[in-house]
Design a protein around this ligand. Sequence first.
Ligand code: FAD
Length: 416
Amino acid sequence: MPKSDVIVIGGGAIGLSSAYYLNRAGYSVTVLDDQSSDQIGSCSWGNAGMVCPSHFVPLAAPGVVKQGLKWLMDPESPFSIDFSPSLEMIQWLWQFRKAANEAHVKHAANTLRELGMYSRSLFIELDQKLDFGFTQDGILMLCSEDETLDHELSVSKMARDIGMEAIDLDPDGVAKTETGMATDLAGGVYYPLDCHVNPVTFLSEMKKHLTASGVTIHHNTAVISVDGDQNKIMAVHSENESWEGDHFVLAAGSFSSKLIQSLGLKMPLMAGKGYSVTMDSPPQKPAIPAILVEARIASTPMGPTWRFGGTMTVTQRSRKINERKLHAMLRAVSNYYPDYGYDWTSTLEPWVGLRPLSADGVPYIGAFEAYPNLIAATGHAMLGVSLASGTGQLVTDIISGNNPAVDLSMLKPDRF
Ligand SMILES: Cc1cc2nc3c(=O)[nH]c(=O)nc-3n(C[C@H](O)[C@H](O)[C@H](O)COP(=O)(O)OP(=O)(O)OC[C@H]3O[C@@H](n4cnc5c(N)ncnc54)[C@H](O)[C@@H]3O)c2cc1C
C-alpha cells in the first residue's frame, strides 16, 4: 500500500494550499481528488476569487434568519433552501439559528479577521513565487438603497474599531474610486486591504508547483472509506486502491462530513449552492471588484474577463440550476452599473459551485479529539479562497506541533 507522511483528501483551494505548506515543511504529501484535472466541479474553480479580510462577519449573524425567511417567499431572491426533511439538515438549520446572535458575531469576527489578515499576508508572499493573478485593488461594497448603506456603514465602523481600514463613500466618492464603469448608487464602502486572485489560475499554478516539488496528486480518485483503529486513522480507500499515512487532512469541501460519518464523527455541514457567469471580453468592465450588496452578487474583473457570482441555496448537495434565480441575478447587475446590459450574460453558460457551510459560519480547522491524526480543513462557506493560504499553514502547524499564528479555539471541528 503506498504511504505518505500526509494524505490530503480533496484538491480544491484548501486541500492544495495545505499540501503546499506541508510540502514546504518537509512532509511527503499525496492529494486525492475525485474531480478530473480541470476541476470545474470543485467549488474552488468558478468562484469570484476575492481575498477579503473585510468579510469578518460570520454567515450566522442576527438578522440573517429573519431576512432568509423573507427571501424564502420570493422566487427571485438570492436565497433559498432545498428543504429535505433529513435529520442532517434539520440539525444544521437549528444549530445555525442558535449561532445567529450578537455574542457569537463578536467572538467570531475577531477570529475571522485574524485568519483573514494572516491569509492575506501569506498570499502576498505566495505571489512572489506563483503567478495566479493576485491583485491588490481593494473591494467596494456598493449599495443602491439608503437602508442597506446604513447597515454597511455600521459594519465599516466595526471594521475600523477592530483596526481594519474602511473608507465610507458617498455617490461621488464611489465614482472617483470605481473608474472603469459608471455607477448609480446610494453610496458604498471601500476596503483597500482586500485583494483578488484568478481562482482557475490559482489551482493550476498551485498544482504545477506541487507536482514539481514532489507532491503526488491523483485526480478521478474518490475516497470512499476512511479506516480508523483505536483513536488513529490508518488508511483511506478508493474503489481500487488504498493509501496509508501518518496524518490525514479532510479537505473534501461540502462532502467532508459524509466521509467521516462511519467513524462516528459529527461535523455539521451543508452545501451552499451558488452560480457564476464569466464574460470573456465584455464591452465595458469595472476597475474594482465589488459586492453588489442588496443583490448579494460578487463582481470581479479578472484580467480581460468579468465574473459575477451569487445566490445561495442551502442544499444537501444538489447541483440543479434554478434558472429564475440565476437570471434575476444577471438582471440585478444593472441596478449598480447602468451601462451593463443583461444581454451580455443572458446566454452564457453558468457554473455551479457548492460552498461548504459550517453550522455557525466559522470554518472547521483542527484535529478531531477522537482521532488526533485526522485534521479538518473545511466549512469556509464564502471565504474558502480568502482563507486558503492561512488554513494551509495552520494545518501544517497543527501537524508539526508548532504554535499556530491564529487562535484555533473557535475552529475545533468537533465543537457541535
Ligand atoms: C458563486 C461563488 C462565489 C464565491 N466567491 C468567493 C470569493 O470571492 N472568495 C472566497 O474566498 N470564496 C468564494 N466562494 C467560496 C469558495 O469557492 C469555497 O469556500 C472554496 O472553494 C471551498 O474550497 P474547498 O477546497 O474547501 O472545497 P472544494 O473547492 O469543493 O474542493 C474540495 C474537493 O474535494 C473533492 N472531493 C469531495 N469528496 C471527495 C472524496 N470522497 N474523495 C476525493 N475528493 C473529494 C471535491 O470534488 C473537490 O474537488 C464562492 C463560492 C461560490 C459558489
